[in-house]
Design a protein around this ligand. Structure first.
Ligand code: HGY
Ligand code: MN
Ligand code: MN
Length: 413
């Protein structure tokens, strides 16, 4: 039974980690940034050296393939992949593992001349982390990009997608041309770290994903009155920051009490304006995120927290404006793909556990156009989106071999 080369995979993971690598470990490699574009060029070189045909689509998705130069319905392909962009101060495996393990699997299949009836493709999807718009590249690939919104898509620091892509040599307005023709993808399977602690705590080496959560993000802006921080009496202040803090605390209570067991919420971005210690904040801006595997729960929580925002604003005598930013839809993974992964792992002697993904992934977009599934490996201490995110190398090898034989099982006629 063929297996991947762990030394080669390890070397590529450690090399990719250097693009945007941080002195104390970890990586910052946002999509379209210079480190990301250098990493893309390196990845294309590795794909070509492995004997793959390569191309980059108008949404910046990067592909390596056996025997085809494009995804067409005449040659339905088995696609794997993930992303090479990261969060700020993120880890070296989130996304990178799926892209490089996918490349390693296809290179191993090619080198061993193992028969496969369908073309094999590995993809690195653009801006999975959603710096400018969540799951951007796979959204464009799956025909889900709203052309009209491209001009307004921007990062929380205000940098527009159109400008970030132009600096990297792309025309954002052409991104919708990345839409793949129907039936050009016969199946999609992605290897990813769990980014949580369930597999590690259960001592299970492989997770088979059943559902991927939806993520809703809104910008919530509280508008009070800037005032002198010394001379304004406490009972006359209309402090936007205090209103936002009150809102954040009450939202957390509400989601824990009224959400499902899987509901989570986060406030990862806070801007206070004008932002001087001697001015009562006139404006406070939060990016509010909620997640759940059930879209009905998400929609209910969105409505409930919006009315909570208005109620808190009233109490603090400030205004509030809620601007929806993005909403990904929870997606079930294909039972066919789950069954193939389970059968492959049984053959490899690997115990598995079915679970939902509490992180969003490109696989949830691919689920809209093909049979899509995910393989998880345990994250050490459940750590992710932090510089010490890591999985142990035997876990990485097990996951890559599970992916290898899943791809082969899917690639037969
Ligand atoms: O945020 C997420 O769920 C993923 O890491 N993009
Ligand atoms: Mn990821
Ligand atoms: Mn991530």
């Amino acid at each position: 039974m063929i297996s991947i080369s762990l030394p080669r995979l390890t070397s590529r993971i450690n090399t990719l980690a250097r693009f945007g690598g941080l002195p104390g470990g970890g990586v910052t490699r946002m999509c379209w940034s210079p480190p990301h574009e250098e990493a893309r060029a390196w990845l294309l070189g590795e794909m070509r050296a492995a004997g793959l045909e390569t191309w980059v689509d108008p949404a910046g998705n990067t592909f390596g393939a056996t025997g085809i130069r494009a995804l067409l319905p005449e040659t339905p392909a088995i696609v794997t992949g993930s992303h090479i962009d990261t969060v700020p101060e993120g880890g070296i495996l989130d996304g990178a593992l799926g892209v490089l393990a996918g490349l390693e699997c296809i290179q191993t299949i090619t080198e061993t001349r193992t028969r496969h009836a369908r073309p094999l493709v590995v993809a690195a999807w653009s801006d999975e982390e959603g710096r400018y718009g969540s799951l951007f590249g796979s959204r464009a690939f799956c025909g889900m990009l709203e052309d009209a919104r491209i001009d307004e898509m921007a990062a929380v620091d205000g940098v527009r997608l159109v400008d970030a892509m132009a600096r990297a040599g792309f025309d954002a307005h052409r991104a919708p041309e990345a839409r793949v023709p129907a039936r050009a993808v016969d199946a999609y399977v992605e290897l990813h770290i769990e980014q949580g602690a369930r597999l590690e705590e259960a001592g299970i080496p492989i997770g088979i994903v059943e559902t991927i959560v939806g993520v809703r993000r809104s910008r919530v802006v509280f508008k009070g009155q800037a005032d002198h921080a010394g001379t304004t009496p406490m009972d006359r202040r209309r402090d936007a920051f205090l209103a936002s803090a009150d809102y954040a605390l009450h939202v957390r209570e509400h989601v824990v009490a009224r959400g499902s067991k899987a509901s989570v919420t986060n406030f990862g971005v806070v801007h206070v304006h004008p932002g001087a210690s001697n001015i009562v904040p006139g404006r406070a801006e939060l990016v509010h995120e909620m997640r759940d595997p059930d879209v009905a729960v998400l929609e209910r929580l969105a409505a409930e927290t919006a009315s909570l925002a208005r109620e808190v604003a009233g109490r603090h005598q400030v205004g509030v404006d809620i601007q929806p930013m993005s909403a990904t839809i929870p997606a079930p993974c294909s039972p066919r793909i789950q069954a193939v992964i389970e059968k492959v792992c049984a053959t490899l002697g690997l115990a598995t556990r079915r679970l939902y993904s509490a992180a969003g992934h490109d696989a949830q977009n691919l689920a809209r156009i093909t049979d899509s599934g995910m393989i998880f490996i345990p994250s050490l201490g459940g750590r992710s989106h932090r510089v010490d995110e890591m999985s142990d190398w035997p876990a990485i090898e097990r996951g890559a071999n599970a992916l290898l034989h899943t791809l082969l099982a899917l690639a037969v006629d």
